[in-house]
Ligand binder design. Structure first.
Ligand code: SAH
Ligand code: SF4
Length: 417
């Protein structure tokens, strides 16, 4: 999501005549787009700012925006501590960056402006995309779920859905421009609703008679429906891939997280998707060390991961975020959390390795995203990455690839002729 927001910021700057540079030393404008989902992301910001202070050229405008600076106290601290930062804005007024730059250049006065909520303005037009194959499209912003560990609803506001017609126009425009994959973005895409049109309705409208791959992220298990699984099964464009964050495998912990599903309900949903789409690739987010999580409760997470057998897992150590309910609960020590994540990583490593080994000898349609040193890289429909000798293949091609070997979870193949 933040990658796409950076594309939007770059778009606003391009529209004002700026071009990009790989070297911060040469930049007239430097924008740091921050994240505050976990503490580590926040602590890195000051280190980066210190480095930028020493290398940025005289007169360059330094801007900080994003989730971290949406938090008023964090933004104020940065404003006071880092006098060399010229403009600080939050998430809701990020689309106004161009205007803030004009004002700063005209007056030379530092700007600190944070809004409490969205005013309906969003930039969905001035976008400078980094990737020529995959295009991101926001279908909604914000989140209403308030999982007890998560800061997102506080810094992104309540759920707002974009008009279905605008989304369809954006997807068509991307395909016209040669994009081969579109990824729909939202914190909880399953609760998309625009004037009665639901997420499955939106997906149906995107069954365009064109060759492309459609993905979406993120689905919340409480809102994931059989109707959506059927949509994936019937679709000509949807990838056979589902990212369905489980977070934990124990019911008491799931309840304390305010996730609104049980382990059994989650497994049931996975089983029904698998029965409708047998070759579906699955991935998930899992958090360890949530406050009060016991050893036994953590082992329920391990056993769930072993039972589901995800292709890929995004694993996080719980990070305390002030202002969230979980920050008030009794915290676990760092050593315990670290030991748990090590065990989880080891477990998943073996599973990914086994899944990769099972793919050897089979054929997959791969969308080529990169060619380097005579090798092509891309993903199969189930989201597993495969590399193979590129030959005459071009970036953006869909090719049939036979997997010939697997090294850990790295798949190697060759083009089927
Ligand atoms: N809306 C999405 C993802 C939001 S953030 C969803 O609900 O799935 C992405 C992931 O970051 C979450 O799935 C969660 O696993 C992780 N995360 C969120 N808050 C966190 C925290 N305080 N500490 C550690 N990981 C966190
Ligand atoms: Fe955070 Fe939960 Fe919303 Fe995801 S669904 S963004 S984890 S509050």
């Amino acid at each position: 999501m933040n990658v796409h927001e950076s594309e939007k910021i770059a778009g606003l700057l391009s529209a004002r005549g700026f071009s990009s540079t790989d070297n911060a030393k040469d930049a007239d404008i430097i924008v740091m787009n921050t994240c505050c989902v976990r503490e580590t992301a926040e602590t890195k910001v000051y280190g980066h700012l210190g480095r930028l202070k020493s290398i940025k050229k005289r007169g360059a405008v330094l801007i900080v925006c994003g989730c971290m600076t949406q938090r008023r106290d964090a933004a104020r601290e940065m404003y006071d501590r880092c006098k060399f930062v010229d403009i600080i804005v939050g998430t809701f007024n990020q689309y106004m960056l161009g205007e803030y730059i004009d004002t700063f250049l005209a007056t030379g006065k530092r700007i600190l402006e944070i809004w409490d909520k969205a005013d309906g303005g969003e930039n969905n037009k001035a976008i400078r995309r980094d990737d020529g194959v995959n295009g991101w499209v926001n279908i909604m912003y914000g989140c209403n779920n308030f999982c007890t560990y998560c800061i997102v609803p506080y810094v992104r506001g309540r759920e707002r859905c974009r008009a279905i017609g605008d989304i369809i126009d954006d997807v068509n425009a991307l395909l016209d421009a040669g994009y081969k994959q579109v990824t729909l973005l939202g914190q909880n895409v399953n609760s998309y609703n625009f004037e009665g049109k639901t997420f499955p309705d939106l997906l149906k409208s995107l069954e365009l008679n064109r060759k492309f791959r459609l993905k979406f992220t993120t689905s919340h298990p409480k809102d994931f429906s059989i109707e959506l699984a059927e949509r994936i099964a019937d679709s000509k464009v949807l990838a056979h891939y589902l990212h369905l964050p489980v977070q934990a495998g124990n019911d008491r912990v799931l309840n304390a997280m305010n996730r609104h599903y049980t382990r059994a309900q989650y497994i049931d949903k996975i089983n029904s998707v698998r029965s409708l789409v047998p070759d579906i690739g699955l991935s998930s987010d899992v958090m360890v060390g949530f406050p009060t999580e016991t050893e036994e409760e953590f082992s329920d997470t391990l056993s769930l991961v072993e039972e589901i057998r995800y292709n890929n897992l995004f694993m996080f150590i719980y990070s305390k975020r002030s202002g969230t309910p979980a920050a008030e609960m009794e915290q676990l020590d760092y050593k315990t959390k670290q030991a748990r994540i090590d065990r989880l990583i080891k477990t998943q490593f073996e599973i990914s390795k086994e899944i990769a080994a099972e793919m050897v000898g089979k054929n997959y349609e791969v969308l080529v995203s990169e060619i380097k040193n005579g090798r092509a890289f891309g993903k199969a429909e189930n989201d597993m990455a495969i590399s193979f000798p590129s030959g005459t293949v071009q970036v953006g091609d869909f090719v049939q690839v036979k997997v010939t070997s697997a090294r850990n979870s790295n798949l190697i193949g060759e083009v089927e002729v």
